[in-house]
Design a protein around this ligand. Structure first.
Ligand SMILES: [Fe+2]
Ligand SMILES: [Fe+2]
Length: 198
């Protein structure tokens, strides 16, 4: 059984009227990619679809409003989120999904919370969104298409490539890296390569 069509229509309508064209196209493309990956790897595609459609709902909300929203929802920021308010858009997405659409599914919520940084304990839906957000076909860079191909047969290996890319990108720009990204990297390295500390 797919997600209720009326609910999906409502979310799509919201996306189309509240996000810029560019972001809206990205979100719809992440949805298609996430559903495709979920189906391919026998993962719940309804949860993947909802997480994908809602993951960037707050991405374009100005910092001061995000801060206000986090106070209203009594969300406790960590010190990295305090310094990089942009990280909040994923962490607050579950509150938005519940308040706006009555969606309260822990698998959907976790995928949205983890989609920017990754975490050490990523489940199947988390990985689907993490990978789909990076490799949806509108992302034109070469790494995206390599990950898209890899994800067709190995979702774990694809997620490992995504976290490595994100960490490298942050390093190259001298940005602070959220510890959850390092934890995600270590967990995936252990899984994918049986990596040992050198
Ligand atoms: Fe995002
Ligand atoms: Fe995104």
């Amino acid at each position: 059984m797919p997600n209720p069509p009326k609910l999906i229509e409502k979310i799509e309508e919201h996306i189309k009227t509240h996000l810029t064209k560019h972001r809206c196209e990205h979100v719809l493309s992440v949805r298609d990619q996430a559903v495709k990956l979920a189906n391919r790897h026998n993962i719940n595609s309804n949860q993947a679809e909802l997480a994908a459609l809602l993951h960037d709902s707050l991405k374009e909300v100005p910092s001061n409003e995000l801060l206000q929203y986090s106070k209203e929802q009594e969300f406790l920021m960590d010190k990295y989120e305090e310094k990089n308010i942009g990280l909040l858009h994923g962490k607050l997405a579950p509150f938005f999904a519940k308040n706006q659409f009555g969606i309260d599914d822990e698998a959907v919520n976790n995928a949205m919370r983890k989609h920017t940084t990754g975490t050490a304990d990523m489940g199947p839906v988390d990985k689907v969104l993490f990978v789909a957000d990076f490799c949806e076909p509108l992302r034109r860079h070469t790494e995206a298409s390599a990950v898209r191909t890899l994800a067709e047969h190995d979702l774990d290996a694809a997620a490992f490539e995504v976290i490595k890319h994100k960490i490298r990108e942050n390093l190259s720009k001298n940005r602070i890296i959220h510890p959850d990204s390092f934890k995600a990297y270590n967990a995936m390295a252990q899984n994918c390569t049986e990596g040992n500390l050198q």
